[in-house]
Design a protein around this ligand. Structure first.
Ligand code: ADP
Ligand code: MG
Length: 254
């Protein structure tokens, strides 16, 4: 592996559900520390792409490489190791409701990494502190706000020491006043050098954070480039139309 080897590389991913061709040959690369944002209309395949990258759903065609090594879905042990290195953040948090914040964060290190409980607990507390939730760690999801729940889910991913994080509209289920606290945590990860692939329609946030933006529609990356170009000066008419729509909606977000 050289410095130029992308941390994550996906090549020509295709996925269909029945007759619905959801991903129609998607390729992209993330170098270490890169932050790339995917935007595009609902139903365009953004979530499916992230799910395919993490093998939450099987690919029909294409390859996924971590640090230059192809990940083969059938090799269960390698897949488990890979999933530890690729953290996933979902729109609706996906926390265990019957576990408090601390145990939600501890469960991966205990079950998957096989850390001793005391070590997992220490790690979980450190990650909860990093997302500003140390004082709330004994609370259950029902006792937390949406922003706090999403921060627990980020702490849970961090507890596995991921090399890459995939974030699928992490703030779209939140009330507007709670978006900022989650953005702040993601900015902290960015300044710590985390490699991230992020689906978001928060224009201000995306343009201040991303190295590159992909516009995805009907299972394809239609256009890609620096944030200012894609968001405000795209070549493709569809990209321009979409971006002007989301800019009007989100022009106050940061
Ligand atoms: P986006 O995240 O861009 O809104 P999705 O990846 O969620 O798009 O969905 C893309 C398309 O795939 C949609 O037409 C959706 O209905 C279809 N789809 C997604 N998941 C499934 C599934 N599990 N079974 C069948 N169709 C699905
Ligand atoms: Mg989606």
């Amino acid at each position: 592996m050289t410095n130029q080897t992308p941390v994550l590389r996906i090549r020509n991913i295709k996925k269909r559900y029945g007759d619905n061709e959801v991903l129609n040959g998607v390729s992209l690369e993330l170098n270490r520390g890169a932050i790339k944002v995917i935007i595009g209309p609902s139903g365009g395949g953004k979530s499916t792409l992230l799910h395919c990258i993490n093998f939450l759903v099987g690919l029909d065609e294409g390859q996924v490489y971590l640090n230059g090594t192809e990940i083969i879905e059938g090799r269960k042990r390698e897949l488990t190791a890979y999933r530890q290195k690729v953290g996933m953040i979902f729109q609706d948090f996906n926390l265990f409701d019957h576990l408090n914040a601390l145990h939600n964060v501890m469960i991966g290190p205990v079950r998957v990494k096989k850390l001793p409980k005391s070590e997992a607990r220490e790690k979980a507390i450190a990650e909860l502190e990093r997302v500003g939730l140390k004082d709330h760690m004994m609370k259950y999801p029902a006792q937390l706000s949406g922003g706090q729940k999403q921060r627990v889910s980020i702490a849970r991913a961090l507890a596995m020491d991921p090399e890459v994080m995939l974030l699928d509209e992490p703030t779209s289920a939140l009330d507007p006043e709670l978006i900022g606290e989650v953005h702040e945590v993601i900015r902290g990860l960015a300044s710590g050098g985390m490699t991230m692939l992020l689906v978001t329609h928060e224009v201000g946030f995306a343009s201040s954070l991303a190295n590159e933006i992909f516009f995805m529609e009907e299972g394809k990356i239609v256009e890609q480039g620096p944030p200012q170009k894609i968001l405000f000066n795209a070549e493709c008419l569809r990209t321009r139309e979409f971006c002007s729509k989301i800019s009007r909606l989100h022009n106050n977000s940061s």
